[in-house]
Design a protein around this ligand. Sequence first.
Ligand code: 16G
Ligand code: MG
Length: 566
Amino acid sequence: MAADQDHEQEQRRRLLAVASRFPLPNGARFSYGTAGFRADGATMASAVCRAALLAALRSVKLAGAAVGIVITASHNPVRDNGVKIADPDGGMMDQCWEPFADTLANAPDPDALLQLVLQFAKDEGIPLGRGGHHTAQVLLGRDTRPTGEYLLDAALQGINAIVGARAIDMGILTTPQLHWMVRSKNKGIKASESDYFTQLIDSFRRLLELVPKDKGGDDLSKKLIVDGANGIGGVKLEQIKAELSGLNIIVRNSGKEGEGILNHMCGADFVQKERVTPHGFSPDDIGVRCASLDGDADRLVYFHVSSASNNSVALVDGDKILSLFALFIREQLDIISDNGGQANKPLPSRLGIVQTAYANGASTKFLKSLGLEVVFTPTGVKYLHKKALEYDIGIYFEANGHGTVLFSEDFIAQLESLSNELCSRADTVSAQYQAAMRLMAASQLINQAVGDALSGFLLVEAILQYKGWSFQNWCELYSDLPSRQLKVKVIDRTAIITTDAETKVSQPSGLQELIDMEIANYAHGRCFVRPSGTEDVVRVYAEASTQEAADSLAKSVACHVESLLG
Ligand code: 16G
Ligand code: MG
């Protein structure tokens, strides 16, 4: 009893101490948006400390399962930083804790913070103040930003403010690596960085071994130039590229000292939005396949340097990566259920495609033409991922290049039993066996926790070799409809409320009617507006049959937003 009281006292003391060490900066207000808290890195210590404290609480609540913290601001400028929490399954933190994350981050003084934590712990039934053994563990990762180390210290102190919590610093990592480690640790699988690399390298090699002998390709088709955004993705790729047999990888904007500034004129976000070549690329690269990662390597796009003199690129965005994956997986499932005339049970497989309103209309049309089920969610990985989990195989991608393929455990178990059965019949040369092995290898390669540019590009490369396709073949799957994105500064972006996966506005009233009126003026016109989850702006997206029409549709809708809310 006395010991319990001591622990409780100690718990209170630690919470008060950490809150006074990391006070909320004057005038600051944090909101746990689509990807956690983000702001100028120099102002983030209190938010990071409190997010880490919350991660420790979440681990206590979940019986000591490992929870993750990533310190990154992804594709944003180098001076920004941010923090997000990964749940024990490696996915984003359950949304039901977000309101508390906001309240905690904005607690005005130490006493308010203490009361908030105690009350929350009581409401949620979280047993605080148990000393003596580890009741919580939090894995930490950070990207290459200069504020990373200082924010890591704030995070460590936040975790140590919970009695019995243990912080495990995993070092400088890509965001998807940390998510993968959290997931693996909780599954009882080896979870170090070298385990991650081994899994990538081995499953990629297995996929290449399953490429039909008449496919593959010449030296040019094996060459890939990767724009690492001067971030952590380039650093990690340099570490493993020699072991990726079957590919000749050159890394530019690799994150080495002095090579350039993180995300500045380079990286997936830059290439996808600006549609021009990143820093370090030139007409000498015409004809070579190029890929671009973002600053924390959870986004991937491909491009070709075009022959026009204006630095423009032919872009393959997340929608086309998704389409390639969907085509490949559909093909393997068809081979398996075709049975080569034999009486194998077809695999009961629900394949689902998840997109957002930003997906180019031409991609959706293409996917539906393959007979695939396509569904939409609001923007933000947490929504897409959750939806994709409803399928045996769920493929999700945002146009910006964030996405992955999720395989259900049931489906993997069925694949295993099918391949065992075929193996026992010495049927390992059959098309079905090979298709089953390809799906197994793909499920090992592609990150099951979150979109991962490193595992994503390896799957792309393996599929291109499997199909014997050039970049051009891939581009020609369908032609994107011209589109335009604009942002509008308004007084209060939360005045816009959307429905139907952000495709319609329900408030302010009258705005949707105005948008519909504008759309009616354009062939293949489509347009929607939504408040950004990461910036203080309203975003406008428009699509039409010509670039001029898309530009003009976006502009007229932006004017309506401005006059109603500006
Ligand atoms: C964040 C999201 C991304 C989304 C983007 C939208 C994660 C890991 N990232 O980067 O999925 O597309 O925000 O930004 O969830 P916006 O709300 O400013 O348009
Ligand atoms: Mg990112």
